[in-house]
Write a protein that binds this ligand. Structure first.
Ligand code: GLP
Length: 243
C-alpha cells in the first residue's frame, strides 16, 4: 500500500484528483470505479475544475459506481445516482449512457446484482477504483462481517452506518435499511485502487486498515493484499498511524 499524507482535506482532494486525471490522460477510455460519501466531493470538484480548464476529456470514460440504496431511484435526491449526477456527471462531458450505478429501483435483488456484475464484466473490469472509508472500515457498503463478499450483493446496513448516513436524510426513518454494493471480490479485481480518507474521526479505523490484521471484521483491511493501492489521507486521518 502506498500512503500519501496530505496537509488537509483540500490537499487530499487535489492529490486524489491528480491521480485520477493521470489515469484519464493516459487512458482516455478508462473504466473508472466511482464512490459517493462526503469524502470524494472535493475530488470531484477538482476534476470538474481541470475539465473546465480544458485539461481533461471524459467523452470516452466509462464509469461504474460502488453502491446504491435499495429502493431509491435516480430521481430521488438521496440516491447515490442523483449524487453522482450533481457532483460530477452533469459537470463534465461524460456520456451519461456510459455511467452506471446499481439499480436501486430494481426490487429483484438477485437481478439487480447479477446485471451489475455483467456490466462490469462486459467493460473488461475496472481500471481505477476510487474508495472512501466508512467509520467501521466498510468500503462501498461491504459492512463488517464473518466473510468477504465476492460479488455485487444486497446488504443490510449496520446501525452505525444508518446513524452515520442519517445526516443526509430529513428523518432517520427515511434512511434505507438495505443497499446493493459491489462485493469485496469485485473491488479487489480493479487494476488500481485509490482510497481517500479525511479527518480525525477516521484515524483509528485507518490505522487498523493499514497496520491491523486482514479480517472481514474490518473490510478495508483486505486492501493490504491488493498489488496497487494508493491511500491519500490527510494528517488528521493519519494521526494514529505509524507508517
Ligand atoms: C457510505 C458509502 C461509502 C463511503 C462511506 C463514508 O456509507 N457507502 O462508499 O465511503 O459512507 O462516507 P464519508 O466519506 O461521508 O465519510
Amino acid at each position: 500500500m502506498k500512503v500519501i499524507k496530505t496537509k488537509d482535506y483540500a490537499d487530499m482532494s487535489r492529490k486524489a484528483a491528480n491521480i485520477i486525471s493521470a489515469q484519464i490522460i493516459l487512458k482516455p477510455d478508462s473504466v473508472l470505479g466511482l464512490a459517493t460519501g462526503s469524502t470524494p466531493v472535493g475530488t470531484y470538484e477538482e476534476l470538474t475544475k481541470r475539465y473546465n480548464q480544458g485539461d481533461l476529456d471524459f467523452s470516452k470514460i466509462l464509469s461504474v459506481n460502488l453502491d446504491e440504496y435499495r429502493g431509491l431511484d435516480a430521481s430521488n435526491d438521496q440516491s447515490y445516482h442523483y449524487f453522482m449526477n450533481e457532483h460530477l456527471f452533469k459537470n463534465v462531458n461524460i456520456d451519461k449512457a456510459n455511467t452506471h450505478v446499481p439499480d436501486g429501483s430494481e426490487p429483484d435483488s438477485d437481478k439487480a446484482c447479477a446485471d451489475y456484475e455483467e456490466i462490469i464484466r462486459s467493460y473488461g473490469g475496472i481500471d481505477l477504483q476510487l474508495l472512501g472509508l466508512g467509520h467501521n472500515g466498510h468500503i462501498g457498503f461491504n459492512e463488517p462481517s464473518d466473510e468477504f463478499a465476492k460479488t455485487t450483493h444486497c446488504v443490510d446496513l449496520t446501525e452505525s452506518t444508518i446513524q452515520a448516513n442519517k445526516r443526509f436524510f430529513e428523518k432517520e426513518e427515511d434512511v434505507p435499511r438495505q443497499a446493493y454494493t459491489m462485493g469485496i471480490g469485485t473491488i479487489m479485481k480493479a487494476k488500481a485502487i485509490l482510497v481517500v480518507v479525511s479527518g480525525e474521526d477516521k484515524s483509528a479505523i485507518l490505522n487498523e486498515v493499514i497496520n491491523g490484521p486482514i479480517t472481514p471484521k474490518v473490510p478495508a483491511s483486505v486492501l493490504q493484499l491488493h498489488p496497487n493501492v494508493t491511500i491519500v489521507a490527510d494528517e488528521a486521518a493519519l494521526s494514529k498511524t505509524t507508517l
